[in-house]
Design a protein around this ligand. Structure first.
Ligand SMILES: *Cc1c(COP(=O)(O)O)cnc(C)c1O
Length: 380
């Protein structure tokens, strides 16, 4: 049993074949359709811009809100390197903050102490699909005049206080459609914003700095081959082949989520008596996308994390670790002289964390096998 598996049906396959046969392979009508569908799924006054990855989307978002060399951007150490590397792309510096041990999300009480005169933005990450304390993040941002870019790579679809992530009052939210994420296009991402200026800048910069509006406005007078470059942009557009997959994944997003939630519920019940910290489980007022199911072995467990994963693997079950905190990665550690004891909660969580398989294609038998194996390892 793999750790993750995409859930691709005949609809996606037919749509891809249709694109291939249409002769239109790159950004075109399917991409526009996917953007329109995605925006109306989330609702509210937002624009959705399809891009080649969430990493690309985060880069575009930071560029669009005006992050410059020497600026500081506050984020969590407990995330994938994408969240922070895009800050370096712009010559700015990530300021890493420790996590809340209950949720694994950025500890919002520590953000204020990390703010300096150079701070320009905060990137909260909704780890595993559990929304961050966005009220705290947004009120700090307002108080200190900071931009907020949500790394929502794990957070589709999920509500925070009855509003979808992507429609909160942050500046931008960026979703990922990487192969292991809750919906996929193979590789892909979506930039979502309610700010028309940010949307415009991202849409120009995702395709070589070509200003489409300037172009469209004059189409009646200029020949069809004419375009104008207004900035040194990037090559971050989504292909129609990828969007073909996305259009149908989006229609299934809710049913995928319900399947993951059912597996999570089974795990939560079955592991209640084990020497592990279970993922924070949302009450009726909260929501969870259940992209990941992260357990943490406690001191009472008869086995350590690496040996546990080895035993799971011997039983034919793939597990993973989310995340190796960035302060423990050579590049980040060396560049910013980071130490484990500055991030005690993230360090401790990492040492004991195991991500169990959770995906819509898992059968009840698969889930039962995971449960049986986890119980037998931890009760031996
Ligand atoms: C997957 C992931 C990303 C990057 O997504 P891509 O679409 O692969 O670029 C960013 N942040 C987090 C937290 C992720 O897990």
């Amino acid at each position: 049993m793999p750790f993750a598996l995409p859930d691709i049906g005949q609809e996606e396959i037919n749509e891809v074949v249709d694109s291939l046969q249409s002769g239109w392979l790159t950004t075109g009508p399917k991409t526009r359709q996917f953007e329109k569908d995605f925006a109306s799924y989330l609702g509210g006054k937002i624009q959705a811009l399809a891009v080649s990855s969430a990493t690309a989307g985060l880069h575009l978002a930071l560029e669009a809100v005006g992050i410059k060399p020497g600026d500081e951007v506050i984020t969590t150490t407990y995330t994938f390197t994408s969240t922070a590397e895009v800050i370096r792309y712009l010559g700015a510096h990530p300021i890493f903050v420790d996590i809340d041990p209950q949720t694994l999300n950025i500890n919002t009480n520590l953000i204020e102490k990390a703010i300096t005169p150079h701070t320009k933005a905060i990137i909260p990450v909704h780890i595993a699909g559990l929304p961050c304390n966005m009220n705290s993040v947004l009120s700090l941002a307002q108080r200190y005049n900071l931009k907020v870019i949500e790394d929502a790579a794990h957070a589709f679809p999920v509500r925070y206080q009855n509003k979808y992530v992507g429609t909160l009052s942050s500046d931008v939210a960026v979703f990922s459609f990487y192969a292991t994420k809750t919906i996929t296009t193979g590789e892909g991402g979506m930039v979502v914003t309610a700010n028309p200026e940010i949307a415009k800048r991202c849409s120009i910069m995702r395709l070589h700095g070509i200003d489409r509006d300037a172009f469209d406005r004059y189409t009646s007078e200029k020949p069809s081959w004419y375009y104008e470059i207004v900035a040194p942009g990037f090559k971050y557009n989504m292909t129609d082949i990828a969007a073909s997959i996305g259009i149908h994944q989006l229609k299934k997003a809710q049913s995928f989520k319900e399947k993951r939630a059912a597996i999570a519920k089974r795990y939560l019940q079955a592991f209640d008596d084990l020497p592990i910290i279970l993922p924070h489980s949302p009450d009726e007022r909260e929501d969870h996308a259940w992209h990941l199911f992260v357990i943490r072995l406690t001191q009472d467990a008869p086995i350590q994390r690496n040996a546990f994963i080895q035993k799971m693997s011997e039983a034919g079950i793939g597990c993973s670790v989310h995340f190796i905190p960035l302060h423990m990665q050579p590049y980040w550690q060396n560049t910013y002289h980071l130490q484990n004891d500055s991030f005690p909660e993230a360090t401790h969580a990492y040492e004991n964390a195991v991500s169990l398989p959770i995906y819509s294609k898992m059968t009840d038998e698969d889930a039962d096998k995971v449960i049986k194996t986890v119980r037998s390892i931890l009760l031996s």
